[in-house]
Design a protein around this ligand. Structure first.
Ligand SMILES: *Cc1c(COP(=O)(O)O)cnc(C)c1O
Length: 393
């Protein structure tokens, strides 16, 4: 009997959908910084940025207090301003689109590809206008987008290509770490993301002009060098309106300890995804995540897609039943344009039909590197138990 009907749950305690993995070495690194003279914007930030840029294989990395701040800074550095349009996906966390709004620009939502759930370059091209300034795809669930296609589009139409890689640090596109193909790529270090700094984010780029602007925006638009003046050694200039978006050295020291483990984390995520693929392969009600060849997903999320025609209930009942079995399922994401704030800005329902239909059918099941094989087995057991119960005869 299903737990939701009073039966025994598959698990005794709730398994969350995602979670950090902190070891003693991470704790020691943080404590060491707490004993040091600099708590913010000191040597740890510089070292962390160096480690990130080396890992990705780009010239520059600029760390921020969170991924949203990093996106805001990237949009600023790209010169996005009032009246501009930024084409992105509705299947993302709201921050991707909000960062355009912060600068007075308009997010334009293009539909997703029905197989990869990533932004479809062909749909993007149809929406390009003279006002379009940037395209911002998301490596959704950790699967890299078609970088070559977006690169071609950006070059052809003279657009800035910003990648939201919040899910894809450690993922590979054509054998190379994600972060090289776009003009700027954002990674987030929120606790559920590939590595964590508590809160944190970074922009990687090869462009020295963007690099300078990102640093400027991070710290109030203040310049400390690069000008000639007799005023005195204390002198600095505020040359543009920036923010305080700095990461602390405490966070950066955690990041330095975490980045050593990124390949191990991603490998474990891939292992878990393979166990799921194998466990669900004969279950016709469950659509499995489709993977393009030539890519290596970072497997930030594992999303199952329900074949609702073969079920007596909707996604909601399946979701609630899984929660009752103590499986910490989730849904990623509510299409951004469905939120009340966006509705009030006149984004209509029906704008992205593939994304909207897809949203009704999906459930995110737990996936994080610290999960044990037994945890993984309980998820498979619970999912099968629930969908078989609700299956139409
Ligand atoms: C997490 C996330 C962000 C925002 O990152 P924060 O570090 O939480 O601010 C942006 N986009 C996507 C796709 C994300 O998953």
């Amino acid at each position: 009997m299903l737990a939701i009907h009073g039966g025994q749950p598959v698990r005794k305690s709730l398994l969350s959908y995602g979670q950090q993995w902190i070891g003693e070495e991470d704790i020691e690194a943080v404590v060491e910084t707490l004993r040091s003279p600099m708590l913010t914007q000191g040597p740890m930030i510089e070292e962390f940025e160096k480690k990130i840029s080396e890992y990705v294989g780009v010239k520059y990395a600029v760390a921020f207090c969170n991924g949203t701040a990093a996106l805001h800074a990237a949009y600023y550095a790209a010169g996005i301003t009032s009246g501009d349009e930024v084409i992105t996906t509705p299947i993302t966390f709201v921050a991707t689109a909000n960062s355009a709004l912060y600068l007075g620009a308009k997010p334009v939502f293009a539909d997703i590809d029905n197989q990869t759930y990533n932004l479809d370059p062909k749909k993007v091209e149809k929406l390009i206008t003279p006002r379009t300034k940037a395209i911002v795809p998301v490596d959704f669930t950790g699967q890299p987008v078609e970088y070559d296609s977006f690169r071609r589009l950006a070059d052809q139409y003279n657009l800035v290509f910003i990648s939201d890689g919040a899910h894809s640090f450690g993922a590979k596109y054509k054998g190379q770490p994600v972060g090289k193909c776009a003009d700027m790529t954002m990674f987030s270090f929120h606790p559920v993301k590939p590595i964590t700094t508590g809160e944190g984010g970074v922009i990687v780029t090869n462009n020295p002009d963007y690099y300078e602007k990102l640093q400027l925006f991070r710290s109030h638009g203040i310049k400390k060098s690069g000008f000639e003046t007799q005023e005195g050694p204390w002198y600095y200039e505020m040359v543009d309106l920036g923010m305080n978006y700095r990461m602390t050295d405490i966070q950066a020291s955690l990041g330095i300890a975490q980045i050593r483990k990124i390949d191990k984390f991603v490998k474990r995520r891939q292992e878990i995804a393979s166990i799921y693929n194998e466990g669900f392969k004969d279950e016709e009600i469950i659509g499995l995540p489709y993977q393009l060849t030539g890519q290596q997903s970072g497997w930030h999320l594992y999303i199952i897609r329900l074949n609702l025609q073969k079920l007596r209930v909707s996604r909601k009942e399946v979701f609630e039943a899984l929660r009752a079995e103590n499986i910490g399922v989730n849904v990623h994401y509510i299409p951004v344009h469905r939120h009340p704030y966006y509705q009030a800005l006149n984004y209509h329902i029906g704008l992205c039909p593939i994304a909207e239909k897809w949203y009704e059918e999906v459930i995110t099941i737990p996936l994080f590197p610290k999960m044990t094989d037994e945890d993984v087995t309980t998820v498979i057991t619970a999912v099968k138990k629930v969908v078989q119960f609700y299956k139409v005869d």
